[in-house]
Write a new protein. Structure first.
Length: 161
């Protein structure tokens, strides 16, 4: 079942890169008591993700934070090393928290898997964005296959009011 507006984000553990290496972060730690703009991409370093999706959130992170967002986060079914390298390559700095869901722990629980096997990608995440307030989804924007309109950073900025 796919998550929907009004649902609580399920318990899951993601990974992120710290100064001392990869470290876990739970959804409770990520979302508890905070407003988070989360977006997911099918894969780090892929064309639309690298050229448009991630850069849009980097460019609009300050506007989101100005509208009450505590954290802007990107999640992909990659490992923490790849996510850190991608963030460095794209000049993310501290604007976007780069999260790895290498085992589909969160993606599967959200019901937002994407089978990229025919492209040699295996199981991935659908492209989406959401606003989560204290663990509850308040806005959810899921893209159709091959689409990139609903999950853009500008949509999140507009949804924040």
């Amino acid at each position: 079942m796919t998550i929907k507006v009004g649902d609580k984000v399920p318990d899951a553990t993601l990974m992120h890169m710290t100064e001392s290496g990869p470290a876990p972060i739970t959804t409770q730690e990520l979302f508890g008591g905070k407003k988070v703009a989360l977006f997911a991409v099918p894969g780090a370093f892929t064309p639309t993700c690298s050229a448009q999706h991630l850069p849009g959130f980097v460019d609009h992170a300050d506007a989101m934070k100005g509208k009450g967002v505590d954290t802007v986060a990107c999640v992909s079914v990659n490992d923490a090393f790849v996510m850190a390298a991608w963030g460095e390559d794209r000049g993310v700095g501290d604007k976007v928290l780069m999260l790895a869901d290498g085992n589909l722990d969160l993606t599967a629980k959200l019901g937002l898997e994407l089978d990229g096997s025919k492209f040699g990608l295996g199981q991935r995440s659908q492209r989406y964005s959401m606003i989560v307030d204290n663990g509850v989804v308040t806005n959810l924007n899921i893209e159709g296959p091959g689409q990139f309109e609903l999950s853009k950073a500008e949509v999140i900025v507009d949804q924040l009011g």
